[in-house]
Design a protein around this ligand. Structure first.
Ligand SMILES: [Zn+2]
Length: 199
């Protein structure tokens, strides 16, 4: 009787956890194993892993590597570059996007990132910061493609495959955001004031 009770509470706990995972999967699309990752994403993640070792993080010791995939198949990488004045530090994701653009690659299709601590691997995937999400959302808009985002732990034991629209559903896109949210009147009002000011 007691065993049955313990089992049923265990089962309930499992179902509850399963429910949470299912919800997370719905939100973030899918958690995959390395073996089940498409070959192009494996290559992208391997490139990000190499770039991670070139990260520069004297303050935190947290190294991040990113790699973007252009529609041409070209892979371009970036590493984090941490400064003593933290506000001028550059994240790996943004470094990769800017590096790609400087070589003429901006029709981006995917980005992969991987990170590690100074002396320890990450146990959870590292999500891009808000600034990087914004840049990725704008890069996606420029490329007219909902970027695939592949996030991996240091040892590739957890890999999350999602889309930029899932991670940042409402990026700032200037007055377009307001127009899309139905605030046409407010936008027209602002434009009228601006026009009058400029006269
Ligand atoms: Zn960032």
């Amino acid at each position: 009787m007691r065993i049955a009770k313990v089992l049923s509470s265990k089962e309930a706990g499992f179902q509850k956890r399963k429910g949470v995972i299912t919800l997370l999967e719905k939100i973030l699309r899918k958690i995959r194993s390395w073996q089940r990752l498409p070959k192009e994403f494996q290559e992208l993640l391997s490139a990000a892993e190499k770039a991670m070792e070139n990260g520069y993080a004297p303050r935190s010791g947290f190294l991040v590597g990113a790699a973007v995939l252009d529609e041409s198949g070209e892979i371009i990488t970036g590493s984090n570059y941490e400064m003593m004045a933290s506000t001028v530090s550059v994240c790996a994701e943004r470094a990769a996007v800017v590096n790609a653009n400087s070589r003429g690659y901006w029709r981006l299709r995917a980005i992969a990132t991987i990170a590690r601590g100074r002396d320890s691997p990450t146990r959870k995937v590292t999500l891009p910061c808000g600034s990087c999400l914004q840049m990725l959302a704008e890069a996606a808009q420029r490329a007219s493609y909902d970027l695939e985002v592949i996030l991996s732990t240091t040892h590739r034991d957890a890999i999350l495959v999602t889309r930029i629209s899932k991670l940042l559903p409402s990026p700032f896109l200037g007055t377009r955001n307001l127009l899309e949210s139905g605030a046409r009147e407010e936008v027209q009002e602002v434009e009228t004031v601006l026009a009058e000011t400029n006269q």
